[in-house]
Design a protein. Structure first.
Ligand code: CP
Ligand code: NVA
Length: 309
């Protein structure tokens, strides 16, 4: 069986916890783990822009003893008729795993359906599960554990980060609150799935429109851009409805005294988050960005070990 990581709930709670344990060990002894020695190669493909994902996978695969092949798909045949199914079949003959950042989730699902190696979601329109592993590792580092902690995500609650906070946070036993304006609420199917997961982990899920109610006494406050990649010209007002959700000192004042602030970056400083918060004492965003590296190394190691050809 081949294990893919297309959305956050592709890992069970026990598996997510094991990946985070391994990530912490890999962070503590960064060059000691070489499961890709050979080297085995990993394809890392981008249909969308990236800084953190591109570099953290490139560096991480090299640190695992492997050979990263990082490619923007405009230079491949993706856009001129080669099917994703054929690309998945062909790449599987060369590489140990395929990492893909793309648009619709149907695209990565098609690659995974035809690949014979693990496929990893490096961000799609609906999910950003690698980011969540980094976020949860950061929460563990700051609070010792994820279970029982309250995480409030405010802003565009219909985007990939909101969906991944719901699924991954519930899997981690967290109390997840997601708040966004009417019209920018998470998908009902994803909320229902998160509720089901939370019922088994001791976590909980709440979807709100009131940002103050969302962040009240929260241990973690998270936000993300109000305009995700590909939404630049969608005709929606992506400023005015979101202004009450900006993470500034006033909103953060409603959270727990030792709250940490997360943002996957890139930040639109002055829009969804202010400089004072991003650069302030509660911000954990640069630890969070670093943790992409460690979390993804652990994830790749787990998926390769768990997959049988
Ligand atoms: N957080 C994140 O995925 O950043 P990039 O878009 O720069 O990869
Ligand atoms: N929601 C953002 C995340 C960027 C890392 C986007 O999809 O553009």
């Amino acid at each position: 069986m081949i294990r893919h990581f297309l959305r956050d709930d592709d890992l069970t709670p026990a598996e997510q916890s094991a990946v985070l344990d391994l990530a912490a060990r890999m962070k503590a002894d960064r060059f000691a783990h070489q499961p890709l020695a050979g080297p085995r190669s990993v394809a890392v493909l981008f249909d969308k822009q990236s800084l953190r994902t591109r570099f953290s996978f490139d560096v991480g695969i090299a640190e695992l003893g492997g050979h990263p092949l990082v490619v923007d798909t405009q230079v491949t045949h993706f856009g001129r008729g080669e099917t994703l199914a054929d690309a998945g079949r062909v790449l599987s003959r060369y590489v140990a795993a395929i990492v893909l950042r793309t648009h619709g989730d149907d695209r990565i699902a098609e690659v995974a359906a035809h690949a014979t190696v693990p496929v990893v979601n490096a961000l799609t329109d609906a999910y950003h599960p690698c980011q969540l592993l980094a976020d949860l590792l950061t929460v563990r580092e700051r609070f010792g554990a994820t279970a029982g902690r309250t995480l409030a995500y405010v802003g565009d609650a219909a985007n990939n980060m909101a969906h991944s906070y719901l699924l991954a946070g519930a899997t981690a036993g967290m109390h997840v609150r997601v708040a966004g304006p009417v019209g920018f609420q998470p998908g009902a199917e994803i909320v229902a799935r998160a509720e089901k997961i939370a019922a088994g982990t001791g976590g909980s899920v709440r979807v709100l429109t009131d940002p103050v109610a969302a962040v009240r006494a929260a241990d973690v406050v998270a936000t993300d851009t109000w305009t995700s990649m590909g939404q630049e010209s969608d005709g929606l007002d992506r400023l005015t409805p979101f202004l009450p959700y900006r993470v500034d000192d006033a909103l953060l004042g409603h959270a727990a005294a030792d709250v940490i602030v997360l943002h996957c970056l890139p930040a639109h400083r002055g829009e969804e988050i202010t400089d004072e918060v991003l650069d302030g004492p509660h911000s954990a965003v640069f630890d969070q960005a670093e943790n992409r590296l460690h979390a993804q190394k652990a994830l790749l190691t787990f998926l390769l070990e768990a997959s049988t050809p």
